[in-house]
Write a protein of this length. Structure first.
Length: 122
């Protein structure tokens, strides 16, 4: 599993972890957050390494299924991108004010900010 996959599972877990079974939560936390190996987790729960692997994969699949159905992570990421764009537009508008730019340019920037916010509602 590469870093992007690990980061994605961690993000999905932050949003949907409470929907998993207790065992799936424990295994995912030990594997992804505590960086324990499958063997170490197997020893912790007195189960086979294969049992840990199956629980881990079932938990990860459940997280992906929740995201497919609910899309909360996608919405969160879209919101973060929009906020970043809004911040950039505000920064540019403030610089424009400091440089005594035309009021029309400021109005255009504010319209773009409004458009970004309106895009979040879709």
């Amino acid at each position: 599993m590469n870093f992007d996959n690990i980061a994605q599972v961690s993000l999905l877990y932050d949003f949907y972890g409470q929907l998993l079974t207790n065992r799936q939560q424990q295994v995912l936390e030990l594997y992804h957050e505590e960086n324990l190996s499958l063997s170490e987790i197997a020893d912790e729960f007195s189960i086979s390494r294969q049992g840990v692997h199956d629980t881990l994969k079932a938990g990860e699949k459940a997280l992906q299924n929740y995201e497919e159905k609910l899309g909360l992570v996608k919405k969160f990421q879209k919101s973060r991108q929009a906020i970043s764009r809004i911040d950039d537009e505000i920064e540019a508008a403030l610089k424009g004010l400091a440089q005594q730019e035309e009021r029309g340019r400021l109005a255009q920037r504010l319209q773009r900010i409004k458009g970004i916010i309106d895009g979040l509602e879709q």
